[in-house]
Design a protein around this ligand. Structure first.
Ligand code: XMP
Length: 327
């Protein structure tokens, strides 16, 4: 039977040996729990769902069906990475759903941040439920619940809604193989399962994705400006050796324009804001001291390579008073 509560004396998984022992134990538990039945998993490409997918693939192979919903708010290259790693390299049974138009159509003209989050969450459940109903014989739903999710929901800090939201006809028995792990342990296990570093050590990314960084009503052109500037920032941070050292860094493109000059002509384009913060628990955060030369290179690249951006700013605000995200 799966263990639901982290044993008090459990050793922190910090070494390949401990990770391997955990993997062996989970593989046996999953096989026992699932038997010959099929398991369904919403695979976002984030650390937790990716590690759960890799564990289940090791345990039950193609009895697992992964559904990857591309809502159009993912970072550059993410859907492609999910397909490459899971379908091509791990031979997973992966359903890729291109729901970009569906999400962006529903979000058109919506500027209130909470309403945007609500639409994204609700639409996600609908798309996932539609895919689940097309499949026969699903017996279980796998989830990337981790131990802090359980602690925070018990303490009333955060509603743990991994399981929530699915309609009644899709209430499957749960498989939660990383339920008793802390985040660093999930990463350690993921590394041992052979997942690429870019997936295992990636920075936190909100569920509503780039949607909360395309401030105000999302338009496709401004969303592309967010995606492209984020990709440049990540590339430059990686080249400067800051990947994994700075807790979270990303760009924001607000919905107003400022006057600029490009190729000797006046333009009216968006500003792009860079945010780079360090924190332990995301409750408070300090601003990263980015070297001036690196910042100049990033500004040069964003203003020359990203369509529609004529100005770059750095958000120097710690949390409090600013939250980490802008919405
Ligand atoms: P804030 O902006 O509240 O963010 O300072 C704290 C941390 O939480 C992340 N975040 C989210 N993560 N769904 C998530 O899974 C969300 O809706 C969401 N909103 C913010 C944010 O990126 C930061 O790491």
């Amino acid at each position: 039977m799966p263990i639901l509560v982290r044993p008090e004396n459990m050793e922190r998984i910090t070494t390949p040996e401990l990770a391997r022992a955990f993997i062996e134990e989970q593989v046996a538990d999953i096989r026992e729990q699932v038997g010959e039945k099929k398991v369904l998993l919403a695979l976002s490409g984030g650390v937790d769902s990716s590690v759960v997918a890799a564990l289940l693939i090791r345990a039950i192979g193609r009895q697992l069906t992964c559904v990857h919903v591309n809502h159009g708010l993912l970072r550059k290259g993410e859907p492609e990475q999910v397909i490459r790693v899971f379908r091509d390299e791990m031979d997973a049974n992966l359903i890729y759903v291109d729901a970009v138009d569906r999400f962006l159509d529903k979000l058109a003209g919506v500027s209130d941040p909470e309403t945007k989050r609500h639409i994204i969450g609700k639409e996600f459940i609908e798309v996932f439920a539609e895919e689940a109903r097309k499949l026969d014989g699903i017996g279980f739903l796998a989830q990337g619940t981790i131990w802090p999710d359980i602690l925070e929901s018990e303490a009333g800090i955060k509603a743990h809604h991994n399981a929530g939201g699915l309609p009644d006809d899709l209430k499957f028995e749960l498989v939660e193989p990383v339920r008793i792990l802390f985040k660093d342990e999930v990463r350690c296990v993921g590394h041992e399962l052979g997942l690429p570093d870019g997936m295992v050590y990636r920075q936190p990314f909100p569920g509503p994705g780039l949607g909360v960084r395309c401030v105000g009503a999302i338009t496709r052109d401004r969303l592309e400006a967010v995606r492209e500037s984020d990709a440049i920032l990540r590339e430059e941070f990686a080249a400067a050796g800051l990947e994994g050292k700075v807790w979270q860094y990303f760009t924001i493109v607000p919905d107003f324009k400022t006057v600029g000059v490009k190729d000797g002509r006046r333009v009216d384009e968006w500003p792009c804001v860079i945010r780079a913060v360090n924190t332990r628990d995301a409750m408070t955060a300090t601003v990263e001291n980015i070297p001036f030369e690196l910042m100049s290179r990033i500004v040069d690249r964003i203003t020359h390579e990203v369509k529609g951006v004529d100005r770059v700013l750095y958000d120097f605000t710690p949390k409090p008073t600013g939250t980490i995200e802008w919405e």
